[in-house]
Design a binder for this molecule. Structure first.
Ligand SMILES: *Cc1c(COP(=O)(O)O)cnc(C)c1O
Length: 465
């Protein structure tokens, strides 16, 4: 049967044939090497013309074959991509997927799983929901809390805010009121992530940026002033659970307490930082998360999952479902069934069950392994902050709370940082890019990789002499 099929030209790409087997072997062999290889270099970007010259034309009427295509990937394309899981990758927010999570990502692809509906993906959705329930309980949310794994924090924040506005609108309509005068608005810290502004633009609502205190923390008095000034226009307040630039946690408990006086949806953007609740070194900073109406956390940041995945959790999942369920004739059979379908909880319909690599890794190693790894990064951040503090010529911009350490070199201009950073990458020693705060250039270590060591970091400090 298989061989007969293979003789029909149009089935060549799909049948079980000698060619297929060699392609699968080739790809799995490469994947195995890449997963297990400890010394993958940092690598660096190349220019479009270099890549055109080196890769040549790969797409034409006749294929170039898997051997050549994979060779182009291995020798030309992959080296032009920075190795984000390298222990000396310390820029932006790195990625540090566990070996089990990476390996299982291959299984998710191999299994052609559809994660949008219960009807099609019940088993996968069940496992994802167990992870979401575990996260919700770590965050102190009630047992009915739940949601969906979406592509990333930007989509997670947008989906949560759409649900928040929908909820506010429904309640106003029920009370016989229309759109608030001046239109809807969302309140967040001036230091909130850019994706909040982006969500507001997509939703055509206003952002009310509220200044954080000097230590970077958004606190209740400033939020109160904004709520008083903007009244019932405000449908949501976003608290950041670990800012991307500094890893600073807003005063979530203080902001949550304002719910007793004002009517708003509290969303906690914990894309990077909420994971720190797993560690006794940081858990207390997040008091108040248990009062959130929705939260997000990106497992591709600090929960050791491969790109790209964000856990979006609603306190009351019905609010997400009311806002997001898509209706269409061909979908009615799903939406009328009343099952738990992940597509009903965010703005995306088709989805791979992108929470499964995290599920497999958590099931494999257990939560305690996660707590230890997260705690180690926070402890390392504190240790290197003390080291920076003790070195003449270096200055901490802010005391770190989680695992981001921001610091300045006395007398350095932006050009000095640029030159230094370029050289580190050129010499393949580290990927640490310049940043800035309040108009002053600086640089930062974002530490999430358990393989990053104190010695890696002091060697980078030494290079600033
Ligand atoms: C990274 C980040 C986001 C955006 O998440 P993506 O997965 O990159 O879309 C949003 N908020 C915070 C606080 C972040 O750190």
């Amino acid at each position: 049967m298989a061989d007969e099929n293979a003789r029909l030209p149009h089935t060549r790409m799909h049948s079980d044939s000698a060619e297929t087997r060699s392609i699968v072997d080739l790809v799995l062999d490469y994947s195995r090497r890449r997963i297990l290889w400890a010394d993958t270099p940092l690598d660096h970007a190349a220019t479009p013309s270099e890549l055109r010259r080196l890769a040549g034309v790969t797409i034409g009427e006749d294929g170039i074959g898997a051997t050549r295509a994979l060779s182009v990937f291995e020798h030309v394309l992959a080296p032009a991509c920075i190795t984000t899981d390298h222990p000396q990758y310390l820029s932006f927010i790195p990625s540090a997927p566990s070996k089990a999570a990476i390996a299982f990502d291959l299984v998710v692809s191999a299994s052609a799983l559809y994660g949008g509906s219960w009807l099609e993906g019940a088993g996968a959705v069940h496992a994802e929901n167990e992870v979401l329930a575990w996260l919700a309980s770590e965050f102190g949310l009630p047992s009915g809390a739940g949601g969906v794994f979406v592509q990333g924090g930007t989509i997670g924040n947008l989906s949560a805010l759409v649900a928040a506005r929908d909820d506010a609108r429904a309640r106003r309509e029920a009370a016989g009121a229309g759109r608030p005068e001046g239109g809807w608005a969302v309140v967040c810290s001036a230091e909130a992530h850019s994706s909040i502004k982006s969500a507001a633009r997509v939703m055509d609502v206003d952002v009310v940026p509220v200044p954080a205190d000097d230590d970077g923390v958004l606190r209740a008095p400033a939020v109160r002033t904004a709520l008083e000034a903007h009244g019932d226009r405000v449908f949501a307040v976003v608290a950041t659970g670990g800012s991307t630039n500094f890893g600073i946690v807003d005063d979530i408990a203080g902001i949550a307490a304002l719910k007793r006086e004002f009517d708003f949806w509290l969303h906690v953007d914990g894309a990077y930082g909420l994971t720190a609740m797993l560690s006794p070194l940081a858990r207390d900073r997040f008091a108040g998360v248990e009062s959130a109406d929705s939260v997000i956390v990106d497992p591709h940041k600090w929960l050791f999952a491969p790109y790209d995945v964000c856990a979006l959790i609603y306190r009351d999942p019905e609010t997400g479902r009311r806002a997001h369920t898509q209706h269409a004739e061909y979908l009615d059979t799903l939406t009328e069934a009343g099952d738990w379908s992940p597509s009903d909880y965010s703005i995306q319909l088709t989805r791979r069950p992108r929470g499964l690599p995290l599920w497999f890794s958590l099931a494999t190693y257990g939560a305690a392994a996660y707590r230890e790894a997260v705690t180690a990064s926070i402890a390392l951040a504190r240790r290197i902050a003390d080291e920076i503090d003790s070195r003449p010529g270096l200055r901490l911009v802010r005391e770190p709370q989680l695992s981001v350490v921001v610091f300045e070199r006395d007398g350095w201009s932006r050009e000095d940082y640029d030159r230094w950073s370029d050289r580190l990458l050129e010499e393949q020693r580290a990927f640490v890019v310049p940043s800035s705060h309040a108009g002053r250039p600086n640089t930062r270590f974002a530490i999430v990789n358990p393989l990053t060591t104190f010695e890696h970091l002091t060697a980078i400090l030494d290079s600033m002499e």
